[in-house]
Design a binder for this molecule. Structure first.
Ligand code: 7TS
Length: 423
């Protein structure tokens, strides 16, 4: 039995991981045992990418050691094994998101590619001159630029749902933006720079009442809370494997089958076709129509292992534990007088963005690094959020289930040290 499974079984009735569970689970992540500048690594940059458990590393090694082969093509044994494992991972993603059908899961490089796929395929099919696409003021650049490119090409207009000073969506303003020209709404589930968890079900209901489909950018939500695309009702959902304790270069797009069926392919090449002549190509069925070329086979299989791992721990227990870390961290950093938290929404995930008076975020990050503490500093690919709050950058601590309150204490000591150095 893996450690994740044994921890899950031991306290299956509890609704949150305990600190002791977190300490045991940390043991599954070899990278966390390192010293950085002679200090134990305190990894608080999980929103950028999360660390990988041994089970994922072993799966990648096993794949390359024993079954590396191209999929969907060979009659030989290795090709059959690789194909079975690759397709088994699709089923794992489908179950993890609670999608209705494996055909609704398209493997892509990550959230960015998933959004570009929808913009280029659905977007080009449906968005024409004078039409409108709605996003929010807290989107990652990956959920801004593809729509901007589409709107520029089509002579369409990008409309922005504003946010309040806490970093919450203004739903009244959203209601006003929805109109007969609205062709699509694309909205982040959990903001990477503010931590806000958006009321996506409400957003979807409002859009659907006007017949407008909704894409949810789940890059930050998928690793930190249970996701159910059917209950949510979204039309498209995008996420990245590397933030979900899986490998880089793999992620998935969920799309409702009838929408994906009606959309043209995004890229042309091998695997996405049924037959090709110079006169005509017949496209493959779902989801292969959207998976041109040899995909990231090892990545998909590794992502399946990551999903097995977090499922054994329990997504609801992960979410509950990270809420405890968020509450503790918020209270601890708030005690620092010169520190201001950016992003104080009522519903938040485990992200604390902040500025410290008189210290640039990068200088703060550099001092913390000397203490072995990894945080992210900058605009976090959300420059419009920085503009909204009138700041150049924030320092951001983002949590995972393997973090502890002691690590938050270390962060606070590190910030205090930086304040001393720069005062
Ligand atoms: N959407 C959100 C909300 C994100 O946070 C990110 C990455 C992306 C999309 C893009 O994901 P990718 O895997 O395709 O690159 N966010 C971050 C971050 O906060 N720091 O580094 C990457």
């Amino acid at each position: 039995m893996t450690r994740a499974k044994s921890v899950a079984n031991r306290s299956a009735t509890a609704d949150s991981l305990s600190e002791a569970d977190a300490l045991r689970l940390r043991e599954d992540f070899p990278i966390l045992k390192q010293l950085i500048h002679g200090k134990p690594l305190v990894y608080l940059d999980n929103a950028a990418t999360s660390q990988k458990p041994q089970a994922v590393l072993d799966t990648l090694t096993r794949y390359y050691t024993t079954e590396n082969s191209n999929i969907h093509r060979g009659v030989h044994t290795l090709s059959a094994l690789a194909t079975v494992d690759y397709e088994a991972s699709r089923t794992k993603v489908r179950r993890f998101l609670n999608a209705a059908d494996d055909r609704e899961i398209v493997f892509v490089r990550g959230a960015t590619e998933a959004i570009n796929l929808v913009a280029n395929s659905y977007g080009r099919q449906h968005v024409h001159e004078g039409d409108e696409v709605i996003i929010s003021a807290m989107e990652h650049h990956s959920n801004i630029v593809p729509w901007q490119m589409l709107c520029q090409e089509r002579g369409a207009r990008l409309r922005i749902i504003p946010i309040n000073d806490d970093g919450e969506l203004l739903l009244d303003e959203f209601e006003k933006l929805l109109g007969p020209r609205t062709k699509l709404v694309s909205i982040v589930h959990l903001s990477n720079s503010l931590g806000t968890i958006n009321p996506v079900e409400q957003v979807i209901a409002m859009a659907h009442s006007r017949g407008v489909p909704v894409l949810v950018d789940g890059a930050q939500s998928t690793p930190h809370m249970p996701v159910d695309v059917q209950r949510m009702g979204c039309d498209f959902f995008a996420f990245s494997g590397h933030k979900l304790y899986g490998p880089t270069g793999i992620g998935a797009l969920y799309g409702k089958a009838e929408l994906l069926e009606s959309m043209p392919p995004y890229q042309g090449g091998g695997d996405m076709i049924k037959s090709v002549t110079f006169e005509q190509t017949v496209y493959n069925t779902l989801p292969y129509k959207f998976e041109a070329g040899t995909p990231n086979i090892a990545g998909a299989i590794g992502l399946g292992a990551a999903i097995d791992y977090v499922t054994a721990v329990g997504m609801d227990r992960i979410a509950a534990y990270e809420q405890e870390l968020l509450a503790y961290g918020t209270q601890r950093v708030s005690s620092i007088e010169s520190l201001r938290i950016i992003g104080t929404a009522r519903q938040k995930g485990g992200v604390i963005s902040f500025v410290v008076k008189g210290i640039h975020a990068h200088d703060l990050g550099t001092v913390l690094d000397t203490e072995g503490i990894a945080i992210r500093t900058g605009h976090h690919c959300t420059q419009p959020v920085m503009q909204r709050f009138g700041i150049p950058a924030t320092a951001r601590a983002s949590f995972a289930f393997y973090n502890t309150k002691q690590e938050i204490d270390a962060l606070v000591r590190g910030i205090d040290k930086a304040i001393e150095v720069f005062s």
